[in-house]
Design a protein around this ligand. Sequence first.
Ligand code: Q46
Ligand code: ZN
Length: 300
Amino acid sequence: MIDVRRHNANFCVEHFLRLCRDQMAKAVDEFAMFGRDDRVLVAVSGGKDSLALWDMLVEAGYKADGLCIGLGIGDYSDASSGYARRFAQERRLTLRYVDLREEYGYDIPTGARAARRAPCATCGLTKRHLFDKAAVDGGYDVVATGHNLDDEAAVLLGNVLRWNREYLGRQRPVLPGGHGFPRKVKPLVRLAERETAAYCVLRGIDYIVEECPMAAGNKHLGYKGALDAIESSSPGTKHAFYFGFLQRGAERFDGDGAAESAMLTACTTCGSPTTAGVCAFCRLVERASAATPVQLRPGR
Ligand code: Q46
Ligand code: ZN
């Protein structure tokens, strides 16, 4: 039996798997994420969320390939890419792979130090650029990421605490494409983190359990912890917070995230859309590829 407190119910294996698939299908439908003929590129890390998402999409009959990025975060990156590769091989799925060091001359620890930014900010910028590029170059209609309800509620809490209107204006399960960007969707927003983990265990999906070593101390984990504490005494709060925002709050920020897209031009180096002459990714590559690689301590 699987106990899902926020639904105040217990599920047998078969019904729990059905619940997960139904929640994904409902999100895809409700937010008009993609159709049967669309080609989906799944951002795959080797963690539970992205592998659960890929599995559910393929099971549901969607045309979904994966893309994994070798971020160069010590042993962690090799191990997590390994899980993604094995998943794809066992199911004969197409997994694209971009090695950051080989193709762009840097890794996340080195890039973060060279850019004097937090590792997760450098990593986020890198992943967004490479997923967008791979989707556009590969002719995909949409990029799907494994963000779950816990992730989205934590990001929302961070944006609300700072009243970041621009980010609130863009915090939707679907970001429309255009201006040279692919559409981006989050089909797992109706599933909690422990539900995607349980889904993987029940489906026999091996995933990397360790957290990324560079996540320690980031704000996102702090917001998640705060929401976990509230959720444990008041099950259903995360869902009410996030979906309440989508239903009653999000439209108040419409337009706040759109101002930038009106000013987009092509990056003079790579051609990607940007509001500056050279895009943030190309500036990062230039600084990071000239820097000395950071040696991570063993196990990092
Ligand atoms: S991989 Fe990258 Fe995450 Fe590691 S450096 Fe931060 S953002 S924590 S999803
Ligand atoms: Zn560029």
